[in-house]
Design a protein around this ligand. Structure first.
Ligand SMILES: C[S@@+](CC[C@H](N)C(=O)[O-])C[C@H]1O[C@@H](n2cnc3c(N)ncnc32)[C@H](O)[C@@H]1O
Length: 266
């Protein structure tokens, strides 16, 4: 298995820093008021979760985990960042919801969690932190009950070839995977609070659509659907505009590209 412990540890420090920022900047008012913050694409595609057991990989501060709890699932969230989980537990209390949160790198999860789940779920901003997608898919398979399903919604890897510092669509980064991580130095605006300058570096991997599908297929997961979307939940490129539904998209003259994908597998 390809594991980069220095990068993993650096990313944990990075996410510990951002968890406190996101505790202020994520909009989770609906959770506190008795509602949820899950978007309509995911509620539609995941379907009824009431009384189902749901394992959320890379749950960050738990806003999505707790949304599934609000919709009736019995939830377990996993994340490598202890500060993220501290915020998630605090939020669960405020929202009066029951959830179990486990601190672990997903690769180490079998040492910390037994059992299996009706739904294994993960979404948005997750795959770029992983050095080994085959190991990731093996973990998903390990935790799926027979008859259960895996659901993923993620930014489209094609989006990441474009320059994120200039207007328009200029190809700047490679589409294809490289084994060594790409180091992002600190001092850029956080994606959810543009007034906050990120202080810690991070290490990321690009994965192609082929890499993602093959990792699942090679671990015996069968794809039920694969959808591509022209919207994304945050302003990933400077030219993007916000629509009425809360999602961001490219302006009309550039609106010809996939920005996000979702898939279900069993
Ligand atoms: C963008 S966030 C999660 C996305 C979630 N949709 C959100 O916005 O709240 C990415 C999360 O992945 C976690 N993470 C990164 N590497 C991990 C690993 N190896 N194992 C478990 N969690 C990891 C980080 O700590 C962070 O909380």
């Amino acid at each position: 298995m390809k594991r980069y412990f220095d990068a993993e540890n650096g990313n944990r420090i990075h996410w510990d820093e951002l968890a406190e920022v996101h505790a202020e900047s994520y909009d989770y008012r609906e959770l506190i008021k008795g509602g949820h913050v899950m978007d309509s694409i995911q509620t539609g595609e995941v379907g009824e979760v009431r009384n189902k057991s749901l394992l959320h990989l890379q749950c960050h501060i738990g806003t999505d985990t707790l949304s599934w709890a609000r919709l009736g699932a019995n939830v377990t969230g996993v994340d490598i960042s202890p500060v993220s989980l501290k915020v998630a537990r605090r939020l669960a209390k405020k929202a009066d919801l029951t959830a179990r949160f486990i601190e672990s790198s997903i690769y180490d999860l079998p040492d910390k969690l037994d059992g299996s789940f009706d739904i294994v779920y993960t979404s948005i901003g997750v795959l770029c932190w992983l050095s080994d997608l085959s190991a990731w898919a093996g973990i998903i398979r390990r935790y799926l009950k027979p008859g259960g399903f895996f659901y993923l919604m993620e930014s489209h890897p094609f989006l990441w070839v474009f320059d994120d510092e200039t207007e328009g669509l200029t190809v700047r980064y490679p589409y294809f995977h490289r084994e060594a991580p790409n180091e992002w130095p600190a001092d850029y605006p956080d994606y959810s609070d543009s007034d906050y300058a990120v202080k810690t570096p991070s290490w990321e991997w690009q994965w192609t659509i082929g890499d993602i599908l093959n990792a699942l297929v090679e671990n015996d997961l069968k794809i039920d659907f694969f959808h591509e979307h022209n919207v994304i939940p945050w302003k990933a490129l400077p030219s993007m505009i916000k629509g009425d539904n809360g999602f961001w998209r490219l302006p009309e003259e550039m609106d010809k590209l996939p920005l996000m994908f979702s898939l279900r597998a069993h």
